[in-house]
Design a protein around this ligand. Structure first.
Ligand code: MG
Length: 315
């Protein structure tokens, strides 16, 4: 607890960064292989079918990522909200990596209705997700607006908490952290530790600089973990800052499809994960495996360890 200049008397706050003499925790890598945007025409390396996602997720888990952030697609490659492909991916990954942390998308970019956005939260048994994405306010992308009205954010957050699913608090801007703090203060986002995914470098959101990242960290509540993601060629710089500053990382083709800054070579998920893992290990931070990450995030043991087997795929 630290009293900072300018804080009201008697009010102290916990600094989100560890004391320099405190060893950093193992690095939690949140792997985002697919997203909603990359198509096979943009890059043949993006996994789209459940089988492709399962295979690439297992390779990444083998290398040491802890969380897999899933987006589902239909067989023609278009994004879908339907729970069925999510179920197939979660069961397929947990068959090989039962402790893997499964994080599903509740994005409203293509499907604004609550029932559709939250359908994936209804998966049960071994297919129940551990976490789900919760974007805290509306925002603009080059392709259009992602609507997240306050009522919708509250409803999604409540459904997550009700079902024992930890929100992945996606923040593309300062105001989103403010919105998260408001909901945390009202007790609507479950129990700490809170997991913030700070996404910098999207065209109409917070720029990807050290100054902006440091500014976002100032606003995080006590008992929170943070991960930094950079959009496009900001992925590696933001990941690097997070490694050096005691945060965690998100990496994958969802955010960035190129290997280098000159955009001459298409990346693969495997190469992006390998580069990040190597960087962190060289820095002295080994990767947290899924079991260690569960402890750091305050997650229960995997549903694959505790749930009765799922009898049949849901329709
Ligand atoms: Mg996503």
């Amino acid at each position: 607890m630290t009293q900072l200049p300018g804080d009201p008397p008697g009010r102290s706050r916990v600094r989100p960064l560890p004391h320099p003499l405190t060893p950093y925790p193992e690095l939690i890598v949140n792997f985002c292989p697919t997203g909603m945007i990359p198509t096979k025409a943009m890059t043949p390396h993006v996994p789209v079918s459940p089988g492709e996602v399962i295979e690439q997720a297992c390779r990444a888990l083998e290398r040491g990522v802890a969380i897999v952030h899933l987006h589902a697609r239909e067989s023609d490659g278009t994004p879908t909200y339907r729970a069925e492909p999510y179920e197939e991916m979660i069961l397929g990954i947990r068959r090989h990596y039962p402790d893997a942390i499964m994080c599903v998308s509740c994005s409203g970019r293509n499907f604004p209705e609550f029932e559709r956005r939250s359908e994936v939260l209804e998966l049960t048994g071994s297919a129940r997700p551990d976490m789900a994405s919760l974007t805290l306010t509306s925002l603009d992308f080059p392709g259009g607006t992602s609507g997240n009205a306050p009522d919708m954010v509250v409803a999604l957050g409540e459904k997550m908490v009700e079902r024992g699913i930890k929100p992945e608090l996606e923040c593309f801007d300062y105001g989103m952290i403010g919105a998260a703090n408001l909901l945390i203060g009202r007790g609507l986002l479950g129990r700490p530790p809170y997991y913030f995914n700070l996404l910098l470098g999207s065209r109409y959101s917070v720029p990807a600089t050290a100054r902006h990242l440091a500014g976002m960290l100032e606003d995080l509540p006590p008992d929170s973990l943070w991960s930094a993601a950079g959009i496009g060629f900001f992925q590696l710089p933001m990941n690097t800052l997070a490694i050096a500053m005691g945060g965690h990382c998100r990496v994958g083709l969802e955010d960035n499809i190129y290997q280098g800054f000159d955009r001459s070579e298409l990346a693969t998920n495997q190469a992006l994960v390998e580069r990040l893992a190597h960087l962190s290990e060289s820095f002295g931070r080994p990767l947290a495996d899924s079991r260690q990450a569960r402890q750091l995030l305050g997650l229960a043991p995997s549903p694959a360890r505790t749930a009765a087997p799922v009898q049949a795929a849901s329709g």
